[in-house]
Design a protein around this ligand. Structure first.
Ligand SMILES: [Zn+2]
Length: 91
């Protein structure tokens, strides 16, 4: 059986965490989704930079250290390393 492969079909799959929402892109960021703090009810936003292709989080830890447990929890690199994935809704 021959199958058409799309250019991104070999990318690692990143699932939006169960129960969280995928968010629309804005001018600088795409592949945005909510991630919930483990220690509070705060919601942070994880997103991919459109130009530089790295991932970031809106939490205080990421903002000061460019690294946080939220990115690590979903398997994304920290430290502003470019990284491509195929983002899919959870469940
Ligand atoms: Zn974070």
């Amino acid at each position: 059986m021959s199958q058409e492969t799309t250019p991104d079909s070999n990318l690692p799959v990143l699932r939006v965490p169960r129960g969280e929402r995928r968010l629309p892109p804005n001018s600088l960021w795409e592949n945005r989704f909510h991630i919930r703090s483990e220690t509070s009810n705060r919601l942070y936003i994880v997103a991919q930079n459109k130009a530089k292709r790295h991932w970031a989080c809106s939490c205080p830890s990421y903002r000061t250290r460019r690294s946080c447990k939220h990115l690590q929890a979903v398997g994304l690199p920290t430290g502003e390393k470019p990284y491509e994935v195929r983002l899919v809704e959870g469940n």
